[in-house]
Design a protein around this ligand. Structure first.
Ligand SMILES: *Cc1c(COP(=O)(O)O)cnc(C)c1O
Length: 220
């Protein structure tokens, strides 16, 4: 079932777009089925769940953190996480930097931008991103690397609305690239697209899709 789901999803994902298999709330057996199909990038949204799975599962899995991250839990994931998609404040970025320094690593991060109509989704506005990047403080953080942006569209059937939100994210990405990262090859990821909207996201410039329920089934 999982292998079949992956085959049909993979058929719609071009080679330059990375697939993050969102395995939150799903079992280690389910993850291993995806692993045996060749998948290596898995995304989790809770620190404790991620750490348990990291301990149990093969070490060549590349773990991404996609959920809201609390400062006091950063240190548990910093030693091994490959990419944190959900940095939503300068304070969090600095705290990741401090923990990464202690762990002797540089941690790749994406800045999360709020593009949806819902109030509940975390993230910077376009203006807040400019405000943060205009100041030089972030440049002194030696143990985090800003690799791009992440965003979640409104949960709706209105494809036009979703396309508009992804366009806003892509335009913001291009603007930030030009203004603050023109020669920085690391700033290149645009993490957008989930089970219901990843094909729209890819049409609008996504480089990384985060897909859970279409691979693993509904979360319980
Ligand atoms: C749960 C989650 C996903 C995956 O959602 P699906 O609709 O199951 O594909 C993607 N991104 C984030 C940030 C999530 O929390």
């Amino acid at each position: 079932m999982i292998a079949e789901n992956l085959r049909s999803i993979r058929a719609h994902i071009p080679e330059h777009v990375a697939l993050v298999c969102v395995s939150k709330f799903h079992s280690e057996e389910d993850i291993m089925e995806a692993y045996r199909s060749g998948e290596r990038i898995f995304g989790e949204s809770r620190v404790q769940e991620l750490c348990g799975k990291y301990a149990d599962l093969p070490k060549d899995i590349r773990w991404h953190f996609i959920g809201h991250l609390q400062t006091n839990k950063i240190r548990y994931i910093v030693p091994f996480v490959e990419l944190i998609h959900s940095v939503d404040s300068f304070k969090l970025l600095s705290a990741i930097d401090a923990a990464a320094s202690k762990a002797g690593r540089v941690v790749d991060c994406l800045l999360q931008m709020h593009i949806a109509r819902e109030e509940t989704k975390f993230g910077f506005s376009a203006e807040e991103l400019d405000d943060m990047l205009q100041h030089d403080s972030w440049k002194s953080l030696q143990h985090v690397r800003i690799c791009g942006l992440m965003g979640m569209a409104t949960f709706t059937d209105d494809r036009e609305q979703i396309a508009q939100e992804f366009t806003l994210l892509k335009d913001t990405f291009d603007h930030l690239k030009k203004c603050y990262f023109p020669t920085d090859a690391a700033f290149r990821e645009l993490s957008m697209g989930m089970s219901e909207d990843y094909r729209i996201a890819i049409e609008h410039g996504s480089t990384m899709v985060r897909i859970g329920s279409s691979i693993f089934g509904a979360r319980v």
